[in-house]
Each structure stands twice: as C-alpha cells, then as structure tokens.
Write a protein that binds this ligand. Structure first.
Ligand code: AKB
Length: 317
C-alpha cells in the first residue's frame, strides 16, 4: 500500500481538487501525482500538465512516475456535454480508453472510473432506482458513462485489470466549484446565500435529485478502492446514494438558517436532463458488498456548507 504511486486525471475539477488532498493525506505527498489539461495557481506538490486524449503523453507520464493506480476524473459533465455532443463523446470515451490501455500495458494495478446517475434515463424506475435498472441515458454524458462502465467490466474480465467505479449523484462541497453539471445548482445556491444574494435556480422547485456531501463522496471513493478485490462483485459501477432533495427543500433548509435568503425558479434546458434522472437511488449493493454507509443528511450538509463558506468569504475580504 505504501509503495503506491497514484495518478489523478482531472485533478483540478470539483472532485479532483478534494480527492487529491485526501489521497496525499493517506499515501503521502510524494506518492500522488495530480494532472490536468492546464495548471492553476492552487496546484502544489507533484503536478503535470497532461492531455489524456493523447495516449503517448499519458503513457510517458505513467512510465516516468511508475504509476500503480489511476483515478481518471477528467470528463465533460452533463449540461456542458449537450452544448457539443460529439466533442464531449470524443473526450469522455477516448480519455478512458487511453487510461485502460495504458494501464494494461504498464502494469497499473488499479483504476478508478467515475460513473454517474446520468447512466439512467426516463425508462428506469424513478425512486430508489436499483443498481441493475435499465440504462437508456438521454445525454451524451450519460451515454459515455454507460460506455465507460462496460469497458471497465471488459478490461476486468479480459485482462484482469482491477477497475472499480461508482455512479456519483450530484456532489455538494465547499472546497471547489462544479463545472457544467445539472446538479451544480446545489452548490451555487450556498455561495449566493452566504454572500447575501438572491438565487435564480435553473431547475423547478420540486425536482428531486440524488445528491451527496463531498466528504461522503471522497470516503466512498477511497473505501471502494481499498476494499479487497473479492468484495467487488459489480464491475460495471455501483450506485452511490447520500441524500435526495428538491431545490425547494434545500432552499427551506437554508432559510431556516439565513432567514432573508430568497430564491426564484427559471428552469432552462437542464430541466429536461434532470427530469430524465432518478429522484433517489438504491445503493444496497454497495452497502452489502463493501460496507458503504453515508453520514450526511440534508440538515448536516446544510450546516457544514454554510459554516465553511462563511469562513471562506470572511477570509476573502
Ligand atoms: C452532473 O450534473 O452532470 C454531474 C453528475 C450527476 O454526474 N454532477
């Protein structure tokens, strides 16, 4: 475990920012290599600019650093993906196939692939959607995630590459901003509430979606990756649940704590995407196989988001 060298693609994204730090804490600063398409001023420690669509560039980095695990987070999310479907398909699928192929050829032991609730479409059961529900996604992002899940299972079965995957719900965190997703409102709303501005929500007030607090999402990722291989019975991807809520329920939780907070609803194209997704998902397979248990409900998530963002904006002035 201590001799690992972990490579993260998309390390500057919403999950990558936090996961990189959590992995450094666990494995040591010198054992975690953050990579992204460009560098930003907050990157510290080992960092390389890598375009994961370029298999040679990826392979050079994997060889140079003797990488033993890859967390492949680089992707175009659901809402942004709809603006340029062919490019999004190309980026999402090519980068993951490059990661799988480079891993197979260079003795990488474990690969993490982030799937999403976007793999489900309107045909799937809406409430407590089971792990094995029908997958008819209606976004290019969702189609690319179904494709990725199947490639993950293929590489496991054919080449014994230990690929593991979670279907993330919307991730709500204070450390980083999401970029281009349909669940992004659930982060943006907190920023507006804390800086005292009204929030214009791009979803209707009663649109329930599965969400998860960032600490739960990071813990789930690391727990899945550290579980003994024989516990991982699902080699496509595991449903992961935290909490489900509507914009109205979230706004009410904020109003209970910031009484003058106000919200209005202006649904746009993202409403159709949200309408095609589950309202809540059943993660009993993850619970049964590797012991997953979420910790944060709506109230706990609201408290910590407000507390952390208040500190953040106080420091910024
Ligand atoms: C998105 O909204 O696109 C993502 C997701 C649910 O995968 N947050």
């Amino acid at each position: 475990m201590l001799n690992e060298m972990i490579l993260i693609t998309g390390a500057n994204g919403q999950l990558g920012t936090v996961l990189t730090e959590a992995l450094k804490e666990k494995y040591g600063n010198d054992n975690v290599l953050a990579t992204d398409i460009s560098k930003n001023e907050t990157n510290s420690g080992l960092f390389e600019v890598v375009d994961a669509t370029n298999i040679d560039a990826l392979q050079t980095i994997v060889k140079t650093y003797k990488v033993s695990q890859i967390y492949h987070l680089a992707a175009i999310l659901s809402a942004k993906g709809e603006q340029n479907p062919l490019l999004s398909w190309d980026i999402n699928t090519k980068t993951f196939l490059n990661v799988l192929e480079v891993s197979r050829l260079n003795n990488v032991k474990k690969v993490f692939f982030p799937s999403s609730i976007a793999v489900f479409g309107s045909n799937a059961k809406k409430v407590n959607t089971p792990n094995n529900a029908v997958l008819n996604p209606e976004t290019v992002y969702g189609i690319s995630k179904v494709d990725g899940e199947n490639w993950a299972q293929y590489y496991f079965k054919k080449y014994n590459l230990d690929v593991r995957s979670l279907r993330y719900p919307g991730v709500v965190g204070y450390q980083s901003l999401p970029g281009g997703g349909t669940t992004d409102y659930a982060v943006d709303i907190f920023h507006k509430a804390v800086i005292g501005q009204p929030f214009s929500c791009f979803l209707e007030e009663n649109t329930a979606l599965p969400m998860i607090f960032i600490d739960d999402a990071i813990r789930a990722t690391i727990e899945l990756m550290e579980a003994p291989s024989n516990k991982i019975k699902t080699r496509t991807a595991y449903n992961l649940a935290g909490v489900s809520f509507t914009p109205k329920q979230l706004a009410n939780a904020i109003k209970e704590r910031i009484s003058n907070f106000s919200i209005n609803y202006n649904p746009d194209f993202r409403q159709n995407i949200a309408d095609s997704w589950p309202e809540s998902i059943d993660d009993s397979e993850a619970k049964k196989d590797w012991g997953w248990q979420p910790k944060y409900n709506l109230s706990a998530l609201t408290n910590i988001m407000l507390e952390k963002l208040k500190e953040h904006y106080k420091q910024a002035v």
